[in-house]
Design a protein around this ligand. Structure first.
Ligand code: EPU
Length: 340
């Protein structure tokens, strides 16, 4: 049996709101669906797994079979006393998962509240915010190996998590459909407030009583609202570029061009720079290209002003990358997954 060809626009399934047409689209709801996909793999040129679509730039035409995983549910697997092992299924919304954990008294993921997208997408780019990354809490990933037609458990150390990166961004792993994630959380409330202490936010006052979970969630909401555009208003994928991590030599070279460069020393011979600051200081904040713009409140973000096309997005990104390189010697990398 082959999937019936039916053209579908993925515009409402990607947060940059790009028109993207595919002939084959399949929503995976159960185990039988997974087996069906494996048995018909040979019928398609390629496959592409879509999560919440909040970290992808899609082309106008996708020739692959596009799969969306709709498994839902959150459960406790083990209770170790102070810690708990929790499983969340791929189709859950990430933010809802974070809030559910807080309501249950399972702590750790709080700084990752309000990140758009699904649970299944979280490990792919190792989502992170305010001093915390998904990898800090990950125990393992449960996935369907499309080629072998079986369920596998991939332990956190086998995922090679790094800054906005994991094995799931590599080509060899595109045959794995993430079904659920397993995280170890704590029953003891011990929020990580380092980022908020270092950065002098106006919302800091509400963090003073860090025992109050609602205050922390409200503060995160306020910070995100001031720096990130509302997806419902303008299509975007959050940070469009990674913060570059560079050697001391490149750092000194860039410092020569920009003496007041924003940076964080990582370890000996490794410096992380703020891509947003670099783009801003190269004069790109608020600039337009086709129907794509650099957000005027945060130069790290590209916005769809309504009619953006894949080529506009990639064209503007290339102009920014070239300009920043010419002015600082730093080569920026695109953060979302670009489908070519
Ligand atoms: N800055 C400017 N001009 C700009 C933008 C930023 O000068 O136009 C400066 C800021 O003033 C600040 C520095 O750049 O000194 C860094 O800004 P911020 O602390 O807001 O963090 P970020 O580097 O912009 C990163 C993540 C975000 C995450 C925040 C908070 C990346 C690429 N981005 O942003 O993640 O929420 O830190 O932890 O790592 C995402 O990945 O989609 C994302 C939103």
């Amino acid at each position: 049996m082959k999937l019936e060809s039916k053209q579908q626009n993925l515009k409402d399934l990607n947060t940059f709101k790009l028109n993207s047409f595919t002939d084959y689209f399949f929503v995976v709801r159960n185990f039988e669906d997974l087996k069906f996909i494996t048995s018909t793999l040979g019928d398609y040129k390629d496959i592409f797994i879509l999560g919440g679509g909040s970290n992808v730039i899609l082309p106008e035409c996708i020739e692959s079979l596009v799969i969306k995983v709709n498994f839902s549910g959150i459960r406790m697997i083990s209770d170790f006393g102070n810690d708990v092992l929790i499983e969340a299924y791929a189709g859950e919304f990430w933010h809802n998962f974070v809030i559910h954990c807080l309501n249950m008294g399972w702590y750790g993921l709080e700084n990752l509240a309000f990140i758009p997208g699904t649970v299944g997408a979280a490990p792919v780019q190792n989502i992170g915010a305010y001093g915390i990354e998904f990898s800090n809490y990950c125990y393992s990933i449960i996935a369907w190996d499309l080629l072998k037609g079986e369920i596998v458990e991939i332990l956190a150390r086998e995922c090679f998590f790094a800054y906005r990166n994991s094995i799931f961004k590599q080509k060899t792993y595109k045959n794995f459909i993430i079904l659920s994630v397993r995280v170890i959380l704590s029953k003891i409330w011990n929020p990580n407030l380092e980022y908020f202490k270092i950065n002098d936010y106006s919302t800091r006052k509400s963090l003073e009583d860090s025992k109050n979970i609602n205050n922390l969630i409200e503060a995160i909401f306020d910070i995100r609202r001031s720096k990130l555009p509302n997806i419902k208003e303008f299509g975007n994928v959050g940070s469009f570029f990674k913060n570059p991590i560079i050697s001391e030599e490149s750092f000194l070279n860039a410092l020569h061009f920009f003496p007041d460069l924003v940076f964080w020393e990582q370890r000996k011979d490794a410096y992380k720079l703020s891509a947003g600051w670099l783009i801003d200081n190269c004069g790109w904040r608020g600039k337009n290209y086709g129907s794509v713009a650099v957000y005027e409140k945060n130069a790290l973000i590209l916005l769809n002003q309504g009619l953006a096309k894949f080529d506009d997005v990639i064209g503007l990104a290339a102009l920014i990358i070239n300009d920043v390189y010419n002015k600082s010697g730093i080569k920026l990398e695109i953060e979302p997954l670009v489908y070519y």
